[in-house]
Design a protein around this ligand. Structure first.
Ligand code: ZN
Length: 147
């Protein structure tokens, strides 16, 4: 994918400026907070689940464009997925960001996040939302830190 870098930049700018699902949920089934002290990114993720299926996913936060865009792209993909599917998606994204293994076919739009590997210092910005997601599913109450 020769255009991945260009696509990466335009998607990060777009989602960083206009994050999707950027709001609070009044009565979430679960929520978690994440913090990336290296960059100062923070976010709070809210999930509504019914019978192990994600009905709604949204977040609030502030930080760099990569952290916000990653959370935005992530919440777009979660609706309708089972908890097991969400955990599989996390595993694939984690592998993509940390081990250089990109399953572009099943990751779809999220694959653009692989562009962050060119900036190793920013990888934690991209993984923050995903670690926060797992913390929410595990009903973890202490904030997650990437450090
Ligand atoms: Zn960041």
């Amino acid at each position: 994918m020769a255009d991945l870098r260009e696509l990466y930049q335009s998607v990060i700018i777009d989602h960083g400026k206009n994050p999707r699902n950027f709001h609070k949920l009044g009565h979430p089934s679960c929520c978690a907070e994440g913090y990336n002290p290296l960059c100062g990114d923070q976010l709070k993720l809210y999930l509504n689940l019914e019978n192990d299926v994600v009905l709604d996913a949204c977040f609030e936060g502030n930080g760099c464009a990569i952290s916000q865009a990653s959370a935005s792209l992530m919440t777009e993909q979660l609706k309708g997925k089972t908890v097991t599917e969400v955990k599989e998606l996390f595993a694939k994204v984690h592998l993509m960001l940390t081990e250089n293994v990109t399953d572009t076919e099943s990751l779809g739009k999220i694959a653009v996040l692989s562009g962050v590997r060119e900036f190793p210092a920013r990888v934690k910005c991209a993984t923050l939302a995903w670690h926060t997601l797992i913390a929410a599913l595990n009903q973890q109450h202490e904030p997650v830190s990437t450090e």
